[in-house]
Design a binder for this molecule. Structure first.
Ligand code: FAD
Length: 476
């Protein structure tokens, strides 16, 4: 019969583009549809912020270090790649998070879940809140539901329900920190829908969290901060997930291939690269960041390009440092700490990576990692690497008494890497999706739209693969 081979160009080789390419291969094989995939990537490597450095027995994550399993797409992808035995949980005995308060490390009260407590007793005993702050938290179950519909900022949501202290001392560094965002601009509907639903359904976050706890049954050991039991990583680091996907993707990968414009003529997409190269394709999966897509889509659809350009991005950097256990006056026993912006320090979080996961450091050593930058401390990104490292060392000295010089030091910058889901984000994405759907054989995917986490990106890429095949089928 001689079925015609369809060429699909995937723009961007982050985890979204890779998941799309991998799923295209799976679906094409199942349906016996001949497909040729070309992945075009501006940089010289795949994976975006999934990048692991292995040095002197340390496994250092320079970007993402784990992923959530309540959305199953990433864990399922790892399993389909034969990596089930490589998935590792967080270490149970250290599942606690600290927060800097008045220059000291304080434990986040047991059962505090990102922006609200499950139980009041640990809050009442915590030095983190003032007496007035505690009384305000205790009122939460009596605060009426919001009557307005429409989106709201994280800051407005948290102060309305729990007061200013919870915003400044927990929600900003923990929940805002995930997005390296300004809570006064961050959309609660797009980033914390679970809590919005709790307010709607239970009339209270505390009651909603208690109901969720009861529904889960036995709690296991008490934890604070994120829901640590739901996180997984890869034994050899997140980079091994990228390597495994990349090894299974059929088709070609073109590094240093920046797409500079795309247009649709004569039932085909025509892509122009930054070096003047050209490539034609029957379909396009756009898995590049929204600001990049805005640039190369300008000629094909001005309105879509304008909408995409409205999604702002933040920059961040990580600094991995290795120490000996004896360098810490008292050995750390938690996953790490977050730093509220009101503390006016130079880092936004610090992790004890080798306490978070097994096999990250040789015996007798501790691997730590600091997060720097984000929307609220963007000025840090202007510093040279050496000054960033000095700032991180200053903070580890002040907060933990670590005076020793680190062994290995690895600074990694992630410019414009974190899409900002600002208030109104879901409406904006709806508009973007409607505009993109009008372009023939074209699908958008990636962290900019409906979730920044790795599982969201995998799901988005896999969904894009399915959608582009369906659209090519319709056009045939
Ligand atoms: C420092 C950091 C830590 C994080 N930690 C976690 C974590 O622990 N857990 C978690 O779940 N999530 C984490 N995230 C979020 C998550 O890692 C990202 O949202 C996700 O990896 C984004 O994947 P993506 O493929 O959508 O985008 P990207 O990885 O950004 O991929 C887009 C690709 O497109 C390429 N590109 C850009 N323009 C062009 C062009 N014109 N032509 C061709 N290619 C182009 C880029 O070079 C890039 O490789 C973290 C993010 C960062 C930055």
């Amino acid at each position: 019969m001689g079925l015609q081979v369809k060429r699909i160009a995937i723009i961007g080789a982050g985890i979204t583009g890779l998941a799309a390419a991998h799923r295209l291969g799976e679906l094409a094989a199942q349906r016996e549809t001949p497909v040729e995939t070309v992945i075009l990537e501006r940089s010289d490597r795949m994976g975006g912020p999934l990048k692991t450095i292995r040095r002197d027995g340390f496994v250092m994550e320079t970007g993402a270090d784990s992923f959530l399993t309540d959305k199953p797409a990433a864990a399922e992808l790892a399993k389909r790649l034969g990596l089930a035995d490589e998935l590792i949980p967080t270490r149970v005995q250290f599942r606690r998070t600290l927060v800097v308060h008045d220059g000291k490390l304080v434990e986040i009260p047991e059962g505090f879940s990102l922006l609200a407590p499950t139980h009041l007793e640990p809050v009442m005993e915590s030095p983190l809140f003032s007496e007035q702050g505690k009384r305000r938290i205790a009122l939460e179950p009596t605060i009426p539901r919001r009557t307005e519909t429409g989106d709201e900022s994280l800051a407005s949501f948290v102060t309305r329900r729990l007061g200013q202290e919870v915003l400044e001392r927990v929600a900003q560094p923990l929940a805002g920190g995930i997005y390296t965002a300004d809570p006064a601009r961050l959309s609660v509907a797009a980033t914390m829908p679970r809590f919005v639903e709790m307010e709607k359904n239970a009339g209270s976050l505390i009651r909603g969290l208690q109901a969720a706890e009861q529904a889960r049954g036995s709690q296991g050991p008490a934890t604070s901060g994120a829901r640590w039991s739901l996180f997984l990583s890869m034994r050899a680091g997140m980079g091994s997930l990228v390597d495994a996907v990349a090894s299974r993707v059929a088709g070609s990968f073109r590094p240093r291939a920046e797409v500079s414009s795309i247009s649709y003529r004569d039932r085909r997409w025509h892509l122009v690269l930054g070096d003047g190269g050209r490539i034609d394709a029957d379909g396009v999966v756009c898995a590049a960041p929204a600001f990049a897509a805005a640039r190369f889509l300008g000629a094909a659809d001005t309105r879509l390009a304008q909408l995409l350009a409205k999604i702002a991005y933040a920059s961040a950097a990580t600094v991995n440092l290795t120490f000996r256990e004896g360098d810490f006056p008292s050995p750390p026993r938690t996953f790490g700490f977050v730093v509220p912006i009101v503390e006016h320090r130079k880092i936004i979080a610090g992790s004890f990576s080798s306490l978070k996961f097994e096999d990250r450091a040789p015996a007798g050593s501790i691997l730590v990692r600091a997060f720097v930058g984000g929307v609220l401390q963007n000025e840090m990104m202007a510093l040279p690497d050496e000054e960033i490292v000095n700032a991180v060392r200053d903070e580890f000295r002040a907060l933990l008494g670590v005076r020793a010089a680190p062994g290995v030091v690895a600074v990694q910058r992630w410019p414009d890497s974190m899409p900002q889901y600002e208030v109104g984000h879901l409406d904006r994405v709806g508009e973007i999706e409607r505009a993109a759907a009008r372009l023939p054989q074209f699908v958008l995917a990636g962290a900019a739209y409906r979730g920044v986490g790795i599982p969201d990106c995998v799901r988005s890429g896999e969904h894009a693969a399915q959608a582009i095949l369906a659209r090519l089928g319709e056009a045939a």
